[in-house]
Design a protein around this ligand. Structure first.
Ligand SMILES: [Zn+2]
Length: 392
């Protein structure tokens, strides 16, 4: 896989240079495949040089961002999460409740409903005499600090830090000025006791660099005995979330880094997949995440999400609608494309429709974006709001 990824990155760089040269100022995110046709035929290592003979010698491609991935705390046993003391369950004491997915239950108006847990809760390895954890919290890979919330009362995450990691596998994004960047993966570290001096927005961090100390901060409070790191890995749904919340009169002091705008994958599964293949790119990993439901939708414009992550879009973007979109159990968009003629006619003049859902993948369906009524799957109000945000 190394040569292939390296060549893909060459393709990205070539594209960037072309844009800096003043060509194609078409705004964000043309699909990578369309920008670098034939630049990197598989296995033909000399091809990029030949194709760009007039260009100055480019620097060697950097290693994949996840290559140097480290655990986010001194806990070294993340490949064996069921071993004693690795994860921190909720008050229920069920180990499952510390893991990712529909693993929790909430009491809503006297009714017990499944609830989704977006990350994994890692237990401390060391405490002081007052039971306060002493564990450091580390950036798991090279990246840039994107957000720091220093006021624990403002969020159920308490004090938290978000780091962004550029991953060329998610495609290249070019803005109107011709500057280009790649799609970014976020990692989030929550319930912190204190954020280390100098860890602020914009700061570049290295894999293993200490961001904070583990704690138990949260708006509603977590007892010291259940101190843990809540760790997430995922993608941002909409960078204009702050505008969306203003327009919908939703209180939001976290801007785009509000947890309601961040959609995760199972961090322990990603960590294990990376341990098996250190070259793993995020888009490759997403190929292994099973879609939980597929939606057909029309909203009059192309969703920005796929402009930010162009490699998740399949085929031409066109000017057309409607769209076919596949979502993970957590609600993360995994793939999108234009709807086929059959799908478009099934949608008719509706704004959205569940095309397919996988009961097994949905399991306890804690996210509750879709539901089955009289044998037919449909979007819940929450699911429709999710689409509205995706298209905002
Ligand atoms: Zn958690």
């Amino acid at each position: 896989m190394v040569p292939l990824l390296a060549l893909e990155f060459w393709g990205v760089r070539g594209c960037c240079r072309a844009f800096r040269g003043g060509e194609g100022l078409e705004g964000v995110g043309e699909p990578l495949a369309a920008e670098a046709p034939g630049v990197a035929p598989e296995g033909a290592e000399s091809a990029p040089v030949a194709a760009e003979a007039a260009e100055p010698e480019p620097p060697p491609p950097p290693p994949p961002v996840w290559q140097g991935m480290v655990p986010p705390t001194p806990q070294k046993n993340l490949l064996h999460p069921d071993a004693p003391g690795v994860l921190q369950p909720t008050a229920s004491g069920r180990l499952e409740s510390a893991k990712f997915g529909s693993v929790r239950t909430a009491n809503v108006g006297g009714k017990l409903v499944p609830r989704f847990h977006e990350g994994v809760d890692i237990a401390p390895t060391e405490r002081d005499r007052k039971r306060e954890p002493l564990d450091g919290v580390f950036a798991v890979a090279d990246g840039r600090v994107a957000f720091v919330n220093g006021k624990p009362g403002n969020s159920e995450y308490g004090r938290y830090v978000v780091v962004e990691h550029a991953d060329p596998s998610l495609g290249v994004v070019t803005n109107a000025r011709g500057n280009c960047s790649t799609g970014t993966v976020y990692t989030l570290y929550a319930h912190l006791a204190e954020v280390r001096f100098g860890i602020r927005e914009g700061r570049e961090v290295k894999a293993g660099e200490e961001l904070a100390r583990m704690g138990h901060s949260a708006a509603s409070g977590i007892p010291v005995d259940r101190s843990h790191l809540h760790w997430e890995v995922g993608l941002m749904l909409n960078p204009r979330y702050a505008g969306y919340t203003r327009a919908n009169k939703i209180t939001n002091v976290m801007g785009a880094y509000n947890g309601l705008n961040l959609f995760g994958i199972d961090p322990l599964d990603f960590y294990a997949a990376h341990a098996r293949n250190p070259e793993l790119a995020f888009a490759e990993y997403l190929e292994t995440v099973k879609p939980a439901f597929e939606v057909l939708a029309r909203r009059g414009h192309f969703p920005d999400f796929f402009a930010a992550f162009p490699s998740l879009w399949v085929g031409p973007r066109g000017n057309g609608e409607p769209f076919w979109l596949a979502f993970s159990e957590s609600g993360m968009p995994l793939k999108g494309r234009l709807a086929t003629a059959e799908e478009a006619s099934a949608l008719g003049n509706q704004r959205q429709k569940v095309w397919r859902a996988d009961r097994e993948v949905l399991g306890r369906n804690g996210r509750a974006l879709v539901t089955q009524r009289k044998g037919k799957w449909e979007l819940t109000d929450k699911g429709i709001r999710h689409l509205d945000l995706l298209f905002y």
